[in-house]
Design a protein around this ligand. Structure first.
Ligand SMILES: [Ca+2]
Ligand SMILES: [Ca+2]
Ligand SMILES: [Ca+2]
Length: 145
């Protein structure tokens, strides 16, 4: 339940940020979220690029004081068994803090990037084009606003 909720939150966040460029394509100066996620600028998102993007989105949205360290409280794991489990799964060295590296490592193996890639990669070339990303979120979230 909590995991599903988190997934929906992430998907919604990614949909909003990735779809945000759709209405501003005329401006070349507006930061394009797809281009931001496309770190090596080959016009496709690889599994790793998707992972980095998703993890960064979650991390930044929860890392309230922006010190790149997520505490149990920032994760919302205090007094929430489901969240606490998620936190522990990411805190691999068990020091009570999830670093960006820990979050990325978790995302690479168990995060949503693989699922997103599998579901959105309609031509099965192992990477996502901007059109595939847009189609994926359009089908899941309805028209972007
Ligand atoms: Ca790329
Ligand atoms: Ca840690
Ligand atoms: Ca593809």
């Amino acid at each position: 339940m909590n995991t599903n909720h988190l997934k929906l939150t992430v998907l919604a966040a990614m949909a909003i940020t990735l779809a945000a460029c759709q209405t501003t394509t005329t401006s070349t100066t507006t930061p394009n979220r797809f281009e931001t996620a496309d770190v090596n600028h080959d016009k496709f998102l690889s599994l790793d690029e998707i992972n980095v993007y998703l993890v960064t989105e979650i991390f930044d949205s929860r890392d309230a004081n922006k010190d790149k360290k997520m505490t149990r409280a920032e994760w919302g794991a205090t007094g929430d068994a489901g969240r606490d489990k998620q936190f522990k799964a990411r805190d691999t060295n068990g020091d009570g803090i999830v670093t960006m590296d820990e979050a990325l490592a978790y995302g690479r193996t168990k995060g949503m990037a693989k699922q997103v890639l599998r579901e959105a990669d309609t031509n099965k070339d192992g990477k996502l084009s901007e059109a595939e990303v847009k189609a994926y979120y359009a089908s899941r979230e309805g028209p972007a606003r």
